[in-house]
Design a protein around this ligand. Sequence first.
Ligand SMILES: [Zn+2]
Ligand SMILES: [Zn+2]
Ligand SMILES: [Zn+2]
Length: 144
Amino acid sequence: MENPLDQLKTLLKEKGYKLTPQRRAVLNIIMENQGQHLNTEEIYDLVKTQCPDIGLATVYRTLQILDEMGLILKINLDDGCSRYEFNNHKEDHQHHHLICQNCGAIIEVGEDLLDPLEEEITNKYQFTITDHKVKFFGLCSKCR
Ligand SMILES: [Zn+2]
Ligand SMILES: [Zn+2]
Ligand SMILES: [Zn+2]
């Protein structure tokens, strides 16, 4: 696969945007923090260490652009903010998230595990599944 930064550069160019250091920094932060599910403020704080002049509005706008371009995924974990993660195209279907209702920890389930269910749905409802967003709520190992 093409390097995500080159991909971003090409996609931005097609739309008449430039790959500014700020946009590059936002994508880098998300790539470097795989599995962290950072929200906008957390991304802003991290990007500021590299680009001290960046404003929150620029971060918002950049996240929107990266999301539109399919380079990142916006995830809503019902905790009142939008979180983002790098769109790993190696994953056919989105991985699942376990959300601790006590401490708010977010745990990723790497495997899909839904194959038998997907097969049953496809057969029963004549429905082709292309993706899913699954959230499990409960208590993490520390809070049980
Ligand atoms: Zn699946
Ligand atoms: Zn917990
Ligand atoms: Zn995730």
